[in-house]
Design a protein around this ligand. Sequence first.
Ligand SMILES: [Fe+2]
Length: 298
Amino acid sequence: MSGIEIRKITANIGAQVFGVDLTEPLDEKTATALRDALNAHKALVFSDVNLDDEGQQAFARHFGELTTAHPTVPAVDGAPNVLPVDSEGGRAANHWHTDVTFVLNPPQASTLRSLTIPPYGGETLIADSAAAYRDLPEPLRRLADDLWAEHTNDYDYAVPEETLDEEQAARRAQFTSITYRTAHPVVRVHPLTGERGLFVGGFAQRIVGLSTGESRKLLDLFQSYVTRPENVLRHRWSENQLVLFDNRITQHYAVDNYDGLPRRLHRVTVAGDVPVGVEGKESWSVEGDASHYTAVAA
Ligand SMILES: [Fe+2]
């Protein structure tokens, strides 16, 4: 297929893709063009995709083997690779994060497909963590290059335990039914492009070798570069869209600005490789086995 057209949305991140029928298997040339576009733009937006769960999974498979839905959260009924992202399920994602970084090899790419979109709000923000790294002043870049951070799913993000209602408490118990802790490089080298990106985000809770208080200050400092408006794509959803983003070099945030109206996306993720820092050292697992969730990509 040669009718593919890629239109940038912002200077740093995001492109719209036209001229590809995602309901058909992609030929090798198109698949390569999309992989190149993903490397270049980090987030790709497809409209009028007309996919069901099967089709979304088939599309995601062009980028590698799929993970199951989540290490601890149940899949969509009958679709073990599909995670429901549902306002009614209360899975608040209104914090900056990279998907599932608490495991040793987080998914390399995520796809989100819009089923129900509120009449206003409900955008997804996607940030370019490589632009964030480039924005750091040289002394901070050198500091970041040497640091490792421990990522975990078991921490009190967003809501203090005592303010949770019964349903929220049950969801939290499920989310943390297996505790994961993994040390990742603060600066991850992208295996395909060689780009360096700040690999932090919500699950990064502690810098290896530093106290909690010191860690928080440094993580907040690095994070402030990731969330600069220039580094962020603000995607306003329509129904029947698919957004594909590179989970190795982005963070994202689901904006909670739609008054609790129905909003439903389906997520399918592609198994990832073990992250590598600037010195070539790989991440290591501190706690929790994720082999039921994901294979390790080469
Ligand atoms: Fe997410």
